[in-house]
Design a protein around this ligand. Structure first.
Ligand code: NAD
Length: 488
């Protein structure tokens, strides 16, 4: 509840609960592995429950693939590959259009399941994750018969069987980022969703069945790190695409060293969101909030390092803190919720450990005062000031609703501080001056730079990192290249 002292009227309203109904969701008790166009029990894997992180209640039992299951999926994919590659490109495109339309038809169900399995606010899964997943399939459906125009009019060929591994922060969206370009280019794919959020990928398997996609073109193998490691090392995988942490990315790169298997890595980040004194500060504060509290900060490109020009530091922090105190934390299925549940107990522990390190190293912590539900995993939005560039909270990816504030005096110092990171995924620039925005963007070592906005995604735009944020691009025409054999 807001105190009257900081409102402009003495009347204080609160929101009534507005929970989304879950009546239309029909989850199975158990989901097997999706191989050869159907669900099957694991041969040497096991069933593991997936839980709702907001309630700790189990949602369904999920088959985790063992090494034998991975080999069976590769065999099925290899059998399907030549036919899929030989299909007229226009026909391949039609399947992708059909998948996109079916995602739209089941959008409400997919949004609710994404929120229940991962903890993100329904407002985000409904308005961002699911529409963007459909948009990726639509976009790459359009590319299927125009591939050579995407790569400078050269004849191209698919690579074959691709192994794809995705994290838990945008489960269906990451699956769409991976599958749509791979299939449009004529490859067949084996996708491994993250252990804590397998459900929407398994519903996507149902959608593939409904779209009558030929068996083996998509396989979905849920599992943990061991499943992912087995997929990377399986024989006859023609390409690996990974999105996840830098440490696992390194492990995969080492596993593939000395092989000819092409690899793309979309890894972690510690992105700088830079506010210049000439920016519209109210607009910038909205962008800062969206940059770090969207999806509880479980965003690879989150604006977790906030760089503010010294002359407006106090004003920005005052406005930001006022705005943060109005964030609504709680039931992710409530349509008014801004910040939902932390994805897992392990992730909560990681956030708590880094926040404790921030305090121990001498930064000043402010956490909003809000009532957190008794069950589930929660972390209230937190702001750190008096942060030095060497503090762990300024260097390491927290992947939670925590923003660290640093300051700068000049444009050159802003660029130097923004680039002072082993990561290079994204950045934001807030300024009224177009020329300044272009100049700074050109000097930043970041794959994506947003001007006067943040966390905007579009299937037509390339996304990817520099330095320890990985290599390769996803999205748009650039996202075709990693999935094609292009003659020199
Ligand atoms: P993670 O690396 O622990 O896991 C990612 C996926 O890899 C999961 O499916 C996991 O089961 C699998 N995996 C784990 N160990 C493996 C191994 N040894 N071999 C193969 N696969 C293995 O990461 P996470 O905690 O799930 O996700 C958070 C990380 O992902 C953050 O660092 C975030 O920045 C990054 N991320 C990056 C992007 C991007 O586009 N750059 C997007 C989303 C998330």
């Amino acid at each position: 509840m807001t105190s009257t002292a900081d409102t402009r009227t003495s009347i204080v309203w609160d929101y009534s609960p507005a929970p989304e109904s879950v009546d239309h969701v029909r989850l199975r008790d158990r989901y097997g592995l999706f191989v050869d166009g159907d669900f099957r029990d694991p041969v040497d894997g096991r069933y593991v429950p997936t839980i709702n992180p907001a309630t700790e209640e189990p949602l369904a039992e999920i088959a985790f693939a063992g090494p034998g299951d991975v080999l069976a999926a590769v065999e099925s994919a290899r059998a399907a590959a030549p036919k899929w590659a030989a299909l007229a490109p226009l026909e391949r495109g039609k399947y992708l259009f059909r998948i996109a339309r079916l995602i739209q038809e089941r959008a409400r169900e997919l949004a609710v399941v994404e929120t229940m399995d991962g903890g993100k606010p329904l407002r985000e899964s409904r308005d961002v994750d699911i529409p963007l997943a459909a948009a990726h399939f639509f976009h790459y459906a359009g590319w299927a018969d125009k591939l050579r125009y995407g790569v400078a009019s050269r004849e191209v060929q698919p690579l074959g069987v691709v192994g794809q591994i995705v994290p838990w922060n945008f489960p269906l969206l990451m699956a769409a980022w991976k599958l749509a370009p791979a299939l449009a280019c004529g490859n067949v794919a084996i996708l491994k969703p993250a252990e804590t959020t397998p459900l929407t990928a398994l519903l996507l398997a149902e959608i593939a069945q409904e779209a009558e996609l030929p068996p083996g073109v998509i396989s979905i193998l849920a599992g943990d790190g061991a499943t992912g490691a087995a997929l990377v090392r399986a024989p006859h995988i023609d390409k690996v695409a990974f999105t996840g942490s830098t440490s696992v990315g390194r492990d995969i790169q080492a596993a593939l060293a000395g092989t000819n298997t092409p690899l793309t890595l979309e890894l972690g980040g510690k992105s700088a969101n830079i506010v210049f004194e000439d920016a519209s500060l109210d607009q910038a504060v909205e962008g800062i909030v969206n940059g770090i509290f969207f999806n509880q900060g479980h965003v690879c490109c989150a604006g977790s390092r906030l760089l503010i020009q010294e002359s407006v530091r106090d004003e920005v922090i005052t406005k930001l803190w006022q705005r943060m105190r109005r964030l609504r934390v709680g039931d992710p299925l409530d349509k008014n919720t801004d910040v939902g549940a932390i994805n897992s107990a392990e992730q909560l522990e990681r956030i708590e450990a880094l926040v404790a390190a921030g305090e121990a190293e001498g930064a000043s912590r402010r956490t909003i005062d809000c009532e957190l539900p008794e069950r589930g995993y929660w972390f209230a939005p937190t702001l750190f000031t008096d942060v030095s560039p060497a503090h762990r909270i300024a260097v390491e990816e927290i992947f939670g609703p925590v923003v660290s504030v640093l300051t700068f005096r000049t444009q050159a110092e802003a660029i130097e501080k923004a680039n002072n990171s082993r990561y290079g995924l994204a950045a934001g620039i807030w300024t009224d001056k177009g020329a300044k925005a272009f100049e700074v963007a050109g000097a930043l070592q970041a794959g994506v730079v947003w001007q006067n906005t943040y966390n905007h995604f579009d299937p037509t735009a390339a996304f990817g990192g520099y330095k320890e944020s990985g290599f390769g691009r996803e999205g748009g025409a650039a996202g075709l290249r990693p999935y094609l054999r292009i003659p020199r």
